[in-house]
Design a protein around this ligand. Sequence first.
Ligand SMILES: Nc1ncnc2c1ncn2[C@@H]1O[C@H](COP(=O)(O)OP(=O)(O)OP(=O)(O)O)[C@@H](O)[C@H]1O
Ligand SMILES: [Mg+2]
Length: 254
Amino acid sequence: MIRVVVVGRGGTGKTTTVALAARWLCDHGWGPVLLVDADPDQSLAEMVGADLAGTGVRTIAELLEETFIAGTGTTIGVSPSERIEARIWEEGLYEGVGFDLIALGTKWVEGCYCLPDAALKQALSRFVRPYAYLLVDSPAGLEHLNRRIADEVDVMIDLIGASKKSFDHVARAQRVADESHVRYGRFVVAGGYQVDPGIERRALAAGLPYIGRVENDPLVAEFTLEGRSVFELPPGNPGLASVGRLLERAGILS
Ligand SMILES: Nc1ncnc2c1ncn2[C@@H]1O[C@H](COP(=O)(O)OP(=O)(O)OP(=O)(O)O)[C@@H](O)[C@H]1O
Ligand SMILES: [Mg+2]
């Protein structure tokens, strides 16, 4: 299983890129994919057409709280990871076509529950085995939270924005990844949908591991605005294709 985490500043297109990546992997027979929505507003679920509320799927925060906080608090008997693992499978997994999704939920992101975090990580490390890919959508600026999901990822993709500031600070991105204490096999930089094509030259000149950019696609923008699933985009959609090229260049298709 290949673990991919997308990080970056606010609004650079992380969630959309993860949704498009899931669609592309499914289309090209690289699934099954497990999506982890670590963003408290849970926009990833909507972008891939996962109706969590309608299907009664619970967030991990809700399950953790019920299992460890609201309960008696005792951890005697069944190990924490076993207790939460069973509940994640039964109550916290949205099953789509070609992909599954789990949403961490707001409270999980805001709170700091060391025992539940450790239990979740352990449960996830066993849980993810049947999947070919794990894609994690991170909330902006909270890269350290990834550590609560996995210690080790194969590729970390830093999606950069259009502003000069964003580019000036991109050299820092790898340090941010290091500070998150997540071990990663490869760190790459990609241009978000707002960057201009000229960024490639500058990024490469600056010695960054730049792998290309996400196409600014009007139909993708329209879909996100309307809350439509990216799985309804036409197969030849340029935004979708651009994310496919990124995945190829990130060296994770094997
Ligand atoms: N490839 C694209 N083409 C056109 N518009 C896009 C594209 N990707 C994202 N957008 C637009 O940018 C908006 C923000 O994208 P998205 O929510 O994916 O960013 P984000 O980095 O996840 O934001 P946040 O940091 O708030 O989580 C979307 O609502 C959409 O309108
Ligand atoms: Mg997002």
